[in-house]
Ligand binder design. Structure first.
Ligand code: MG
Length: 406
């Protein structure tokens, strides 16, 4: 059947506070709540599509973001053919994002939600899962890694890592940036606890200067770390190249990068080995697929960031399933009801893999009772001021003690 013409667009926001004893800390701050924003598009053929937009680890007025979508972007789309995804992507990108909303941030995240909702509709119209429309299955099931081991004393970090391995994960990620000694001792304890065959990744959430990243990176080389994530601010392309030249551990980045044009200079300067573009942020499934192909053309792997909700995981799942160079998917294992309760049919996760949904479209169905029961009233998702500005994370690091982040 035809997708039909777009008849309505509405953005929904869900807010789930994190119980105090389950809150996690990293270089991105202290998480206070899990929040989800997603776009609902309906067509005059009676089809409905859902698409997540995610906004990174920073406080944001999600109602203002939703208002932008519902009042500035939606009017550009009402009445259009819902099946013309590439055309509509360009219409929003060149008509609004590059002119006023900004090509590096919220405008692209909003476009991502629209794009994924349109793919959901296209899949439902075709009676096929999205991965079938993207070229069919390469990876089934999709391998996932446990995200993450947050800032903790070494023995506690090792315990969390062991728990993830006991759940069946063959790959785990730890957060660095607390302080140098604790980070390296945690890494050592984790490697000791999980043994030599489990993949370990380290994520710095952009908190280092070039030389501190190099100092940490040289330590990572000793523990066979799979990749070093966001070692530097995303605008320091040359810094990533500097690091890539000097350490053996792969450089990964991209969760806070938007569109193929932000990834391109990293690829051209050989500053990146693992691309982490997140479909719900970097421009939707349409743009993420382009970025995955760009990576493949340069023999690079992708391991998408998905740390927000089940809709985001599902979006990347279709991309990973259909992309030869996408060998790993992030999976949030911290307290997050949005990974399960937001939908009536949560993804089947077991033994460190995620099964592919067989139903048409995105393959997950919103539980509207849950959405209604978890309203958003302007609450912050992350502690304001928790993350020191870049440059404050210096070598002695007294500013990065946990106590200062409460
Ligand atoms: Mg990260």
């Amino acid at each position: 059947m035809h997708a039909g013409r777009i008849s309505s667009i509405r953005t929904h926001i869900v807010h789930c506070p994190i119980p105090e004893h389950l809150r996690v800390r990293s270089g991105a701050g202290l998480k206070l709540a899990r929040q989800s924003a997603f776009v609902e598009i309906t067509t005059d053929e009676g089809l409905t599509g859902i698409g997540p937009c995610s906004f990174g680890s920073a406080s944001l007025d999600l109602a203002a973001a939703a208002s932008l979508l519902d009042h500035a972007i939606a009017p550009m789309l009402i009445g259009e053919d819902a099946g013309a995804i590439t055309y509509l992507w360009d219409k929003v990108y060149y008509g609004s994002v590059t002119r006023v909303l900004g090509p590096r941030g919220i405008g692209v995240a909003l476009l991502s939600g629209v794009d994924i909702a349109l793919w959901d509709i296209k899949g439902k119209a075709a009676g096929l899962p999205i991965y079938e429309l993207l070229g069919g299955v390469v990876h089934d099931p999709v391998r996932a890694y446990a995200s993450s081991i947050y800032w903790l004393p070494p023995e506690e970090a090792a315990k969390v890592a062991s728990d993830y391995v006991a759940q069946g994960f063959g790959a785990v990620k730890m957060k660095s940036g607390l302080n140098y000694r604790n980070d390296i001792e945690s890494l050592e304890a984790i490697r000791e606890a999980v043994g030599p065959t489990v993949d370990i990744m380290v994520d710095a959430n952009q908190c280092y200067s070039r030389h501190l990243a190099l100092k940490v990176g040289r330590e990572l080389d000793k523990y066979d770390v799979l990749f070093f994530e966001e070692p530097l601010p995303t605008d320091d392309v040359d810094g990533h190249a500097f690091l890539a030249e000097r350490i053996d551990t792969r450089i990964a980045t991209g969760e806070n990068m938007y569109t193929r044009w932000e990834f391109l200079p990293f690829i051209q300067k050989q500053a990146i080995h693992v691309i982490q573009g997140d479909a719900s942020r970097t421009g939707g499934i349409t743009e993420a697929k382009r970025i995955f192909e760009l990576a493949a053309a340069h023999h690079l792997y992708v391991a998408p960031h998905t740390f927000s909700d089940v809709l985001t995981v599902a979006s990347s799942l279709h991309l990973n399933a259909s992309s030869p160079n996408a060998t790993l998917l992030e999976l949030d294992r911290t307290y997050n009801p949005l990974m399960t309760d937001l939908v009536k049919n949560p993804l089947n996760v077991h033994d460190g893999v995620v099964e592919l949904p067989a139903t048409p479209g995105l393959g997950v169905e919103i539980d509207w009772d849950f959405v209604e029961a978890h309203p958003y009233h302007g609450e912050h998702g992350i502690g304001a001021g928790a993350r020191p500005a870049f440059g404050l994370a210096h070598e002695t690091l007294p500013d990065r003690q946990v106590e200062t982040l409460a």
